[in-house]
Design a protein around this ligand. Structure first.
Ligand SMILES: Cc1ncc(COP(=O)(O)O)c(C=O)c1O
Length: 388
């Protein structure tokens, strides 16, 4: 073959990285769904799966398809583009659009039958102008009240003013009343107690005006901590479905793998990697992995992260690079030949929520949150269910 005339097809923008992969567990997803369902007082309460951020980095297409199999019929997303994807994957589902302003996406909202959150006065004013299209097509909206997060939503006073402006609506047409907790991990915190009180008051007010409401405020931690869980009609669960919290009743869905590509033997005192962030204190055996911050392994795990190889734990050595990182193989009692090309687990979906490669433990080490670790996994990494 004359290699000078050899041509190749254009690669796709996100050519899957051969040496890395993400495996997802259907069994763990089903377990987590069942756990949350068991917490809901009545089967009629809606479990809304939050699948923004590409399904928390798991791959929205995979997650939505499997969640439908598991009986989930309500999804929440952040952006209208995500809503399009969910509508494509789940033609019959309810889709709640959490963030995009209504004036930005009114036509698409109506076309796709998406339920927007009215997060501001301009959103509400537009709804008041266009409400007939919503009512005729049976498209619900959700008025968001800022009960203390100081991010999105109407103040309780603005909420009252908007309620007074609502036209008479058919009794079958519900209006969502929603809010979001700033500290749902801290149920006793004064700020959380205050948010609960303000929210209750808003729902009471809407009901007193004869409005048929669907109320919701709790995310994963709010639901786990029973913050108004039993008083509201819907819970919005994201990280909990992924098992991304260190909670004994949740199982991680996502595992991230790569392979050990190279092995280096270095002498005591040698500096490893960029800026010689570490110098080894003994003669060492160093493994090189084809993963770095470009694919989502945080620099903050330099020198502190841990990975697993053949059941052994190994520490990250030195600074995580763009496409490479080093691990310490010195204490592993296996020969180079036994280790080379072996699978390395960067994030594990084992049920041990205290394990060093559990996403919540890695996030703690990196001084971040599991949400960020998961969402930053590069979309070009191949994702697939491990248990078919
Ligand atoms: C408005 C809203 N509801 C629910 C969720 C889901 O939160 P969690 O992933 O903690 O369940 C989020 C996530 O950020 C959100 O922004």
């Amino acid at each position: 073959m004359d290699i000078r005339s050899h041509t190749i097809d254009a690669p796709s923008v996100y050519e899957a990285h051969k040496a890395v992969s993400i495996g997802l567990s259907k069994a763990h997803l089903a377990h987590n769904i069942n756990y949350f369902k068991s917490l809901l007082a009545t089967p009629t309460k809606t479990l809304c799966a939050v699948v923004k951020g590409d399904g928390y980095g798991h791959g929205m297409h995979l997650m939505v398809a499997e969640l439908i199999n598991l009986g989930i019929q309500t999804f929440a997303v952040s952006k209208i583009e995500e809503a399009k994807w969910v509508r494509y994957l789940a033609p019959q589902s309810r889709i709640i659009l959490l963030c995009d302003p209504l004036p930005f996406c009114l036509d698409e909202v109506l076309q796709l039958r998406v339920e927007p959150c009215l997060n501001s006065l301009p959103d509400c004013e537009l709804y008041l102008k266009e409400y007939r299209a919503f009512v005729q097509n049976g498209i619900q909206v959700h008025i968001k009240v800022d009960t203390g997060m100081s991010r999105l939503g109407l103040s309780p006073l603005q909420f009252k003013i908007i309620l007074d402006k609502l036209p008479e609506l058919p009794t079958t047409y519900r209006i969502g009343v929603m809010s979001h907790f700033a500290k749902s991990e801290s149920p006793q915190d004064r700020a959380t107690v205050m948010q609960c009180e303000r929210f209750r008051e808003c729902v009471r007010l809407a009901k007193s005006k004869g409005i048929s409401t669907e109320s919701h405020i709790s995310n994963t931690s709010g639901t786990l901590n029973n913050l108004l869980r039993d008083e509201t009609g819907l819970v919005r669960i994201g990280i909990g479905l992924c098992g991304g919290l260190a909670h004994p009743s949740l199982k991680p869905v996502l595992a991230w793998y790569t392979h050990l590509q190279y092995i280096q033997h270095i002498t005591r005192g040698a500096g490893v990697g960029y800026v010689h962030m570490t110098h080894v204190a003994r003669d060492s055996r160093v493994g090189i992995l084809p993963v770095g911050y470009r694919l989502g392994y945080p620099v903050a795990l330099s020198n502190v992260g841990r990975v697993e190889i053949l059941g052994y734990s190994a520490q990250v050595l030195g600074r995580v690079g763009m496409d490479l990182m080093a691990i310490d193989l010195t204490d592993i009692p296996l020969a180079d030949e036994q280790l080379r090309n072996q699978r390395v687990c960067l994030i594990s979906n084992s049920v041990d929520h205290t394990g060093a490669t559990h996403v919540a433990q890695l996030a703690k080490l990196a001084q971040t949150i599991p949400y960020e670790l998961l969402c930053r996994l590069h979309p070009g990494i191949h994702r697939a269910w491990e248990d078919k």
